[in-house]
Design a protein around this ligand. Structure first.
Ligand code: KG4
Length: 374
């Protein structure tokens, strides 16, 4: 079984090709990654200080087909075709009226190459930004229609959860608690077995990554804000401003989060102060500490209360070294942290879900607020 997977839920265009040697049990030894490529849009979104959906859609449109060609080449599966089905191409043209750039590149691909080695395409259907999801879905559906390959829809969050199986040395023991923190999501999930999940808490407003990005912008730092804040926090040597930010909902009995108040607190504080380099470093230190404190406290409480055997982390924010260090120090269960290249959005995780989870969807349409247990 060879799966071509596509991920375009936010600001990363990603394509992966996996070969499953055994499709019954998800284990590192049972699959082979033939290619796993990501085209980042960070530069395009920098001027906006966050992901701008119309720009993201445009970037996905222009990146997808070249990435597909590179992924097939890397996997040794880029093979020329001798036949062209113009009727099918005409139908695809109609369905891609709003994705003209994608269609033009795709048309060239369809007339030049075949996809005989691919058994299935898998594409993220949510959660994510609708115009972005549409672009990946349109590619998957067009390839599926033209080459007669089944296409399935995948939940992005389940992808992040299964990313923990991408480390060769450790074996995940279930049940587990999964903390998924990214630019769009902050959720605590009870992970009973593959395909069975329950959200036990989530953010009521901004995601933790979004809070990093927005507060970075207030401080005049680049996008994405997480790594920038982290860098400044690391360099912080002073405490001239004695900044104390709230730890939102840290003592609430539920597992929900709220980060928009933190952003407002940073905004008001910064308006009353001169933004010097020391100020930015001190504020960054406090922002990072506040977010990390809340994430750690709620997650470890869930681990205790649900009596799980493992804790796994997923999403871009789990690249944060302070967060990882604290979890390593304080977690009393097996801790799974995906490799840095798998913490952010990637298509490999989407392919894994399509092979090993019972949750694949046959109806492929974008669902921007798709929940893990939908
Ligand atoms: O999962 P991801 O790549 O996709 C989106 O949801 O967009 O996560 C991106 C988020 C951004 O908000 C970024 O600021 C945050 O992850 N991030 C970090 C770090 N690296 C990326 N946040 C804190 N510390 C980091 N080192």
């Amino acid at each position: 079984m060879i799966v071509l997977s596509i991920e375009t839920s936010c600001d990363d265009t990603a394509i992966s090709i996996i070969k499953a040697k055994n499709s019954k049990k998800l284990d590192y030894a049972n699959f082979e990654v033939l290619s796993n490529l990501t085209a980042s849009q960070i530069e395009a979104h920098k001027p906006y200080g966050g992901v701008f959906p119309a720009v993201a859609k445009r970037e996905h449109q222009s990146a997808l087909v070249p990435l597909l060609i590179r992924a097939l080449k890397k996997a040794g599966l880029l093979k020329e075709s001798k036949t062209v089905d113009n009727k099918k191409i005409l139908k695809i043209k109609k369905s891609l009226e709003k994705n003209e750039e994608l269609f033009l590149q795709l048309k060239e691909f369809l007339t030049k190459y075949q996809l005989r080695d691919i058994n299935k395409t898998a594409v993220t259907i949510g959660p994510g930004l609708e115009p972005c999801l549409y672009t990946g879905i349109n590619l998957a559906k067009s390839l599926s229609y033209y080459y007669n390959i089944p296409a399935v829809g995948i939940n992005h969050l389940e992808g992040h959860i299964l990313s923990s199986f991408l480390s060769p040395n450790e074996k995940l023991e279930l049940p587990a608690i999964a903390l998924i923190v990214s630019g769009g999501n902050t959720q605590l999930i009870y992970f009973e077995k593959i395909g069975k999940y329950k959200i036990i808490g989530e953010t009521r407003d901004d995601a933790a990554g979004e809070c990093f990005d927005k507060t970075a912008r207030i401080l005049g730092l680049d996008y994405p804000g997480g790594p920038e804040i982290s860098k400044k926090a690391k360099d912080c040597k002073t405490n001239k401003h004695n900044i104390t930010l709230p730890r939102p909902m840290i003592n609430d009995k539920n597992y929900d989060f709220s980060f928009s108040g933190l952003k407002t607190a940073v905004l008001y504080h910064s308006k009353k102060n001169r933004i010097t380099d020391d100020y930015v470093k001190e504020m960054s230190f406090e922002i990072e500490s506040s977010i990390v404190d809340v994430l750690i406290s709620k997650t470890l409480r869930a681990v205790d209360e649900y009596k799980v055997k493992s804790l796994l982390l997923g999403g871009g924010v789990t690249a944060n070294q302070k967060l990882i260090k604290e979890f390593k120090k304080r977690a009393k269960v097996k801790l799974f942290i995906p490799h840095k290249k798998h913490t952010g959005d990637n298509a490999l995780m989407i392919g894994l879900v399509s092979i090993y989870s019972p949750n694949v969807k046959k109806i492929i349409k974008p669902i921007s607020n798709l929940k893990i247990n939908d």
